[in-house]
Design a protein around this ligand. Structure first.
Ligand SMILES: Cc1cc2nc3c(=O)[nH]c(=O)nc-3n(C[C@H](O)[C@H](O)[C@H](O)COP(=O)(O)OP(=O)(O)OC[C@H]3O[C@@H](n4cnc5c(N)ncnc54)[C@H](O)[C@@H]3O)c2cc1C
Ligand code: SF4
Length: 349
């Protein structure tokens, strides 16, 4: 049987490739980055929600079991230039010049972090101490700890602004990125553990620590770690020369609020992968209206794209958690295998 292509080696692609190999299927895993692991490894996340494991250990373990698997051929720093044919008999040309014959393809190409420069009124790009959750994750995972980038001091007051690049029609991002409330509560607790004298405030429109996260993140961050939550509309982030100033309206008491901080953190959302237009053209698959890769239908064929024989999993379809991306990778592997095995049976009959 021809190998199956898995494009993208983040949590979704790693789980798909491993599941295929576990079922005895030859698999070619291609990633444009020079390392596997997807956003948690490439961005340098710290302790993951909800396991509390360090990303480098948890996702690193997924990478190792794929890299050590004889049924999986890994191609790093590579993209797919062309893709043609029918289910069970596809041909792909890689950017390295290699030509592949494939039974099916899985798109596990993930998302792009929202670039906070698109929200200039909230200070990113103007003030060095306005950073993103991704940058704070890097500060923690590097072992250097949370420090103000401008002068390296320990912050005494940190504001985390939720929904930056999500739920914002003005900048064309209507979706909720699902995980950033919980990630922010997790980061807030980590800052309080590392810097007990630091006050941490979370500015929110709504809190969506969904499912079981309500207890362990929303309530625990307030009751055990004394993180303060402010329901607010933020107008702007400026500076008085010494400290950052967050201006907005407290929407519970309907009064303007102006509070000084040492560091402001943007809880950035998950944009569609910037490559999606190219991927859509190369693989001839449809995108949904926000620009994510469209699923064929929601229940009967959750892993299918608009093109038979091409499947999709993880944050390529919209904002997803790591757990759900892994589960979707396994489901897509099963669907792809059923597709190639069905074709193989048809050919033999
Ligand atoms: C700041 C932040 C913190 C987060 N923390 C958590 C957390 O603690 N817990 C949690 O559950 N979720 C967390 N998430 C969400 C998490 O990042 C995603 O759920 C997860 O990364 C999705 O995995 P994926 O494999 O679908 O996509 P990705 O991780 O984006 O991986 C996609 C892979 O595809 C590759 N790729 C992309 N385009 C191409 C192309 N054209 N050709 C070849 N390869 C390509 C990329 O290089 C990458 O390796 C967080 C998100 C953010 C923004
Ligand atoms: S998960 Fe929370 S911070 Fe993220 S977009 Fe949804 S409501 Fe906003």
């Amino acid at each position: 049987m021809k190998p199956i292509l898995v494009l993208g080696g983040g949590p979704a692609g790693l789980s798909a490739a491993y599941a295929l190999a576990a079922m005895g299927q030859r698999t070619i895993l291609v990633d444009k980055a020079d390392r596997l692991g997807g956003a948690p490894i490439l961005t340098g996340y710290a302790k993951l929600v909800p396991s509390g494991e360090w990303a480098k250990d948890a996702i690193g373990g997924m990478v190792r079991r794929v890299e050590g698997n004889p049924l999986i051929e890994v191609q790093r720093a590579t993209t797919v230039r062309s893709f043609s044919g029918e289910p069970g008999d596809f041909r792909a040309r890689l950017s390295t010049g290699a030509e592949l014959q494939l039974g099916a393809a899985l798109l596990c190409t993930g998302f792009t972090h929202f670039d906070s420069i698109n929200k200039p009124e909230w200070g990113f790009g103007t003030y060095p101490d306005v950073v993103t959750t991704a940058q704070v994750e890097q500060m923690i995972s590097s072992g250097k700890g949370v420090r103000c980038p401008s002068d390296g001091r320990e912050p005494e007051r940190v504001a985390i602004l939720l929904c930056v690049g999500s739920r914002d029609r003005q900048i064309g991002r209507e979706w909720c990125s699902k995980i950033c409330c919980t990630v922010s509560a997790n980061i807030a607790m980590e800052i309080r553990d590392q810097l007990p004298k630091c006050n941490v405030y979370i500015y929110y429109m709504d809190i969506r620590t969904f499912g079981l996260y309500e207890d362990t993140y929303y309530w625990e961050s307030q009751e055990k770690h004394k993180v303060k939550y402010i329901k607010a509309r933020i107008a702007e982030v400026t500076s008085d020369g010494k400290r950052l100033i967050v201006k907005g309206e407290d929407t519970l008491v309907k009064r303007p609020i102006t509070i000084p901080f040492d560091m402001v953190v943007h809880a950035i959302g998950m944009d569609p992968n910037l490559d999606n237009l190219t991927l859509s053209a190369v693989f001839d698959v449809k995108l949904e209206r926000h620009g994510h890769i469209a699923k064929a239908s929601s229940y009967t064929s959750m892993s299918h794209t608009s093109r038979p024989g091409v499947f999709v999993a993880g944050a390529a379809t919209g904002p997803e958690t790591i757990d759900d991306s892994i589960a979707q990778g396994q489901a897509a592997a099963m669907a792809a295998l059923a597709s190639v095995q069905g074709r193989a049976r048809e050919a033999a009959e």
